[in-house]
Ligand binder design. Structure first.
Ligand code: FAD
Ligand code: UDP
Length: 363
């Protein structure tokens, strides 16, 4: 009898399994995909680590999490600094003095602040009730129209007036010439990709790939005292209360016979007339100098059963349904639900690791 059967080899499952083994517990991992690492999986193509489920940049202010991941593999000094193409012009992101200079020609923080203040006052928004109002009160109408509106509506398939303010609150606004997309203390990419990181975390642990827990449930449940489930919570309960909604993505990847396609890892395409939201050039995450390059266009897509789940849609309807599943899960003391799918939450990688650490320490 195993102490734990972990369902899913993403960062939640891998962290939990590693800590359990280290504490002397017996643990096995089952994974329905043909590879480990969940959505941060990278695959080596022509010497380049390709982020197969979208660009993943590790950033955290949590020293415990940073030291934990660095104990398995070294991380490089990559700092995410995407650029955005809007109506034929390139702008720096996140919104900072470089962006304001490119947009208005303003050269000092005082000039930029005055410009934003003027537009904020003209918008008349005092308490933002949706994403559009949040953006107008944060950066004014020009930035909203040049860099936010069309990208966001393409990404989410909804009008900015129908989206929650929380979506945009992730992005920093700075009055310094600093193009770092994140405010965190630590940032980087694991040298050799995320798959190497997760493999190192799972070293010495039996992992069964191509095995869907839900398809051989009774056989697998009888193997362990406790199940750690990191798949979709509604699927665990056979969707009996309803289906939780997601936003999906489609990726188009190309190997190109050139050394440098766009000069940056991430270029966002704002205009509604372009069907994708960004192009990722994978080699730049690791300062690659390979003779070829791999690029991926990312197309937002409506999710429907059978498609890959990417972003949770945490509106009122889905949040209520999720809480009903939580109530059901409380009746199963031998199943731990953890990670972005089982907790129906937009977690960054560091959040997921921290959460798995906390859950394990409670165990
Ligand atoms: P997952 O990685 O999804 O792992 C769950 C695993 O469980 C999967 O491998 C799945 O196949 C398996 N599984 C599910 N059901 C079953 C079953 N029935 N049987 C067996 N196995 C099963 N975070 C950052 O910090 N930085 C970023 O730059 C970043 N970029 C992102 C970009 C995109 C496009 C997306 C969608 C997310 C991004 N994230 C980023 C978030 C990051 O992907 C997640 O925080 C992380 O992958 C969550 O890990 P997890 O273990 O919870 O889930
Ligand atoms: N966003 C935008 N313009 C951009 C980049 C982001 O308007 O060029 C908005 C958009 O609403 C997006 C949100 O900011 O959903 C969060 O962006 P982030 O890059 O953090 O999204 P993710 O990497 O998670 O897709």
């Amino acid at each position: 009898m195993l102490d734990y059967l972990v369902v899913g080899s993403g960062l939640f499952g891998a962290t939990f399994a590693h800590l359990a083994k280290k504490a002397g517990k017996s643990v096995m991992v089952v994974e329905k995909r043909p590879h480990v690492a969940g959505n941060c999986y990278t695959e080596n193509v022509e010497g380049i680590d390709v982020h197969k489920y979208g660009a993943h940049i590790f950033h955290t202010s949590n020293a415990r999490v940073w030291n934990f991941v660095n104990s398995f593999v070294p991380f490089n000094r990559y700092t995410n600094s995407p650029v955005a193409l809007s109506r034929g012009r390139l702008f720096n992101l996140p919104f900072n003095m470089n962006t304001f200079y490119q947009l208005w020609g303003v050269k000092t923080p005082a000039e930029a602040m005055a410009k934003i203040e003027e537009q904020r006052a003209a918008s008349g928004v005092t308490e933002p009730r949706n994403l559009e109002e949040q953006a107008l009160s944060l950066v004014g109408r020009d930035v909203y129209e040049a860099l936010i509106k069309e990208y966001t509506e393409k990404q989410w398939g909804r009008k900015c007036t129908e989206l929650p303010t929380s979506v945009i609150k992730r992005l920093p606004v700075r009055f310094t010439f600093d193009n770092n997309y994140f405010n965190d203390l630590f940032q980087g990419i694991p040298v050799g990709g995320y798959t190497g990181l997760v493999k190192a975390m799972l070293e010495g642990i039996e992992v069964r790939l191509d095995m869907d827990f839900l398809k051989c449930r009774s056989e697998l449940e009888s193997l362990a005292k406790k199940i750690v489930y990191t798949g979709p919570i509604d699927e665990f309960f056979s969707f009996r209360l309803g289906t939780l909604e997601y936003r999906s993505l489609r990726f188009e990847t190309e190997l190109l016979d050139c050394t440098n396609f766009q000069g940056n890892a991430v270029v966002n395409y704002i205009d509604a007339s372009v069907p994708y939201t960004r192009i990722i050039e994978h080699k730049h995450f690791e300062f690659g100098e390979q003779p070829k390059t791999v690029i991926t266009r990312e197309y937002p897509m409506t999710w429907e059963p059978g498609k890959e789940r990417f972003y949770t849609v945490n509106d009122e309807k889905n949040s209520r349904l999720y809480q009903e599943y939580v109530a059901l899960s409380k009746q199963l003391p031998n199943v731990i639900f953890g990670g972005r799918l089982a907790e129906y939450k937009y977690y960054d990688m560091d959040d997921v690791i921290e959460r798995a650490m906390d859950v394990f320490s409670r165990e």
